[in-house]
Design a protein around this ligand. Structure first.
Ligand SMILES: [Zn+2]
Length: 93
């Protein structure tokens, strides 16, 4: 279902996607980044790096679980921008 601009009823609307932003967050919260963070924390606190790997994996799993829960509302709640009057609105699919 294609949304219509609520202001001018134009069909010339396009979806606003911020892919680069999402990818950056994904990269920052990737399991590799989390494990790396865990290992560096272990080095700081002089703990065996294996605990860092375990903690990092656990945090990465938790983040992935949280992201999959949040993925649905993000897909439903899409932002659109009207090409005719540049009005930005949210549409529910
Ligand atoms: Zn419009």
């Amino acid at each position: 279902m294609k949304p219509v601009c609520p202001r001018c009823q134009s069909l010339a609307v396009y979806e606003m996607t911020d892919g680069t932003h999402d990818r950056l967050i994904d990269e920052l919260l990737s399991p590799t980044a989390m494990i790396g963070l865990g290992i560096s924390l272990c080095k700081t606190f002089k703990i065996h790096p294996v605990f860092g790997v375990i903690t990092g994996t656990a945090i990465a799993t938790l983040i992935e679980m949280a992201q999959s829960k949040n993925a649905l509302p993000l897909l439903i709640n899409k932002q659109y921008r009207c090409d005719e009057c540049t009005h930005v609105f949210t549409a529910f699919n």
